[in-house]
Design a protein around this ligand. Structure first.
Ligand SMILES: *[C@@H]1O[C@H](CO)[C@@H](O)[C@H](O)[C@H]1NC(C)=O
Length: 325
């Protein structure tokens, strides 16, 4: 009797082992090989190279003599005056969290048609608030990859002493308290090579030329994308700014800025971390729109889709009793 049991047990172990082996093999075969590290041709790299563009407005001393915990980098355009005002009054305001230095910077290109009046306003705004950088590439949807790489380069050049940087779009609600708490919780693991947000895995190139995310096979011949963080908002340890800038020498520019950062991370062998709670049931970087409800928003780091008026409107209510949720 006992012998038969032992035999049965052995059989089960053998089967379990075999299944494990098959599963491991199946998973391994889905791990993509690293991209070959061949530099992109100079004329292509020049499109996103920091040396191609010049500063019109800069804040080179913003991080001097201080080590901010977090730097918020907000891409927008010349005409988005209202959005800048709303952000300065809400999640971008100084001193929101006692003893935690958080800086914000608006990152602007140039309009396709020059607008001297607005430009003059911007220069004045920049003098008043010291929170604007502007470079001489044309602002357009397709040029967002250029802007993202300028953000990486700015952090790497002028703010290496910071802890984290965040790229965040202007139409987003940011729960600064939760973000700071969350980053403090991660602090042991996230000193370097750390990037988090809403991770998109298993995305594939869109070959429909009418689609917003279309990409031609000439520009991107592969049939898959590595995991990347949604471009709406993501946070990274500051060391990655320099590393992503370096990796961009090996990745041909494509007009999808978030995929592009994902390709650079792939070169570096860095995996983006999905910011979730409760086994993935709550996405902390909520890139869908959510109806405003104080205690729902208190449980997210970002929520997508706010115009300046709505942002100011909900902020007051959110601030007044964030801690009661
Ligand atoms: C991107 O910026 C470059 C440099 O300013 C400009 O020549 C080009 O037209 C822009 N591309 C688009 C699609 O706007």
């Amino acid at each position: 009797m006992r012998k038969r049991w032992r035999y049965k047990l052995l059989k089960y172990f053998a089967i379990a082992g075999l299944i494990t082996l098959v599963v491991i093999l199946a998973f391994n075969s889905t791990i993509r090989p690293s991209l070959p590290k061949t530099p992109v041709p100079k004329e292509l790299y020049d499109v996103i190279s920091p040396s191609t563009y010049k500063f019109i407005l800069n804040q080179p001393e913003l991080c001097e003599n201080r080590r901010p915990f977090l730097v918020l980098m907000i891409p927008l355009t010349l005409k988005d005056t209202e959005a800048r005002t709303a952000i300065r009054r809400t999640w971008g305001q100084d001193g929101l969290i006692p003893l935690v230095t958080i800086l914000h910077l608006f990152v602007i290109g140039q309009p396709a048609q020059s607008d001297p009046v607005l430009q003059e306003h911007l220069v004045r705004e920049s003098k008043e608030y010291g929170d604007i950088i502007q470079m001489d590439f044309v602002d357009s949807y397709h040029n967002l990859t250029i802007k993202t790489m300028m953000i990486m380069n700015w952090i790497a050049t002028y703010c290496q002493g910071a802890g984290y940087a965040m790229k965040i779009d202007a139409d987003i609600f940011l729960n600064v308290h939760y973000l700071v708490d969350y980053l403090h919780e991660q602090s042991e693991s996230s000193g370097k090579d750390y990037i988090t947000g809403s991770v998109i895995s298993d995305a594939v190139p869109n070959r429909d030329s009418f689609n917003k995310w279309y990409i031609s096979e000439d520009l991107y011949p592969d049939s898959w994308y590595p995991p990347y963080v949604s471009g709406a908002a993501y946070v990274f340890s500051v060391d990655l700014a320099r590393k992503i800038s370096w990796a961009s020498r090996f990745v041909q520019p494509i007009p999808l800025e978030d995929v592009y950062v994902g390709l650079c991370l792939h070169v570096l062998g860095v995996k983006p971390v999905y910011a979730t709670k409760f086994l993935g049931f709550r996405n902390l970087f909520e890139v869908r729109r959510l109806k405003y409800e104080r205690c729902t928003f208190a449980k997210h780091i970002i929520v997508n889709g706010f115009n300046p008026q709505n942002l100011i409107r909900i902020w007051h209510d959110f601030q007044k009793s964030y801690f009661t949720c």
